[in-house]
Design a protein around this ligand. Sequence first.
Ligand SMILES: [Zn+2]
Length: 426
Amino acid sequence: MIIRGRVLHFLEEPKTDIPEGSYEYIEEGALLTKEGRIWEIGNYQEIRTKYPNFDVMDHRNDLIFPGFIDLHNHFPQVQVIGSYGTQLLEWLNKYTFPEEAKFSNKAYAKVQADRFVRLLLGNGTTTSVSFCSVHKDSANALFEEASKHNMCMIAGKVMMDRNAPDNLIDDPKSSYRDTKALISKWHEKGRNYYAISPRFAITSSPEQLSQAGRLVSEFPTCYLQTHLAENEEEISYTLSLYPRSNNYLDIYRGFGLVGNKSLMGHSIHLSPNEIATLKDLEAVAVHCPTSNMFLGSGFFPLNNLIKSGVKVGIASDVGGGTSYSMINNLDAAYKIQQFLKFSVKPMYSFYWATLGNARALGLEKEIGSFRKGNFADIVVLDTANDICSEIRMKTCKSLTEELFVLQTLGGNHSVKAVYIAGKRLK
Ligand SMILES: [Zn+2]
């Protein structure tokens, strides 16, 4: 198949005001996809002449961009998004835990997984890193739905054995056993990867974190996802539960949970020691901007982390987050950094949600750019798809400016089509 349009993707992290060399943009462009992969990228007429028998999907005038990657979200919160008036710990107890308890029912989990996957795809997110509920079958339901669409899914059932309602609690042994069974069923099967998922230190006993560490050492190709330093009240409660740890990250480090496959959601209120540990152990600090604003959690220290050499990712954190759209989350990230007097460059933003997140996962040879051989996971974006954007776009003088306006005014409505492994979905 030939996919025609204004092709844009990133080759490197854009580091300066004029990010020449970090991206490739072909105004009269096209991608040639074959067997679900990117086969060729170039000028439309040249590709058309070379392959006259291929079907053409004509998106001229639209941006052809790698599908977005969402590095942290919660599939059982598809009906928790937009819950009023609380901050993290109260929000969990009041809204999230009662909803997650319903996922003990596999049929219910399947309905929600179908909705969740469709919402991701409809927003142009083609790779997702997701927490499931404590129930093994919630993870089965999500992997089954993602597999139907052949999307790249990284997920795991949460391990939680305390400080939650009885119907949401496992125990160290059963969480080890269930996780191990899910790993053998789903990890590296099709486009799925397993993420070992102790929810956070508050809901895991030392015995359970120790079992999680055992899983990490037994299955080193799996990811590890958890939450870190999101909210000040959460941090002091956590440290009271682990009084012998020097800091929050040290709890996870002590159980062998911090390494180059570890995705540490939020990572807002970090000490210099924790920042140094994240860097040294090559763990990823995952920013969840709409969630941080919605729950009043705090300002992610992006510039400090980048300067300190920490790998950073970006995510929606639905349902604490308020939008599935990575465009909306980039917009929120920009606004948060404005409070810290740091203006995130639009080129960096769009790099971040694609190749940047792919690199954070170590999957840059599969997703995140139109590198030859990568999966043809594509989002087609109309940057002037509403009246406000259309009027504003008339004054745009550069690609950078166009991307910034897209980030600020765009969202779900900017997504015209989505391709997963070369197959058109929307
Ligand atoms: Zn989260």
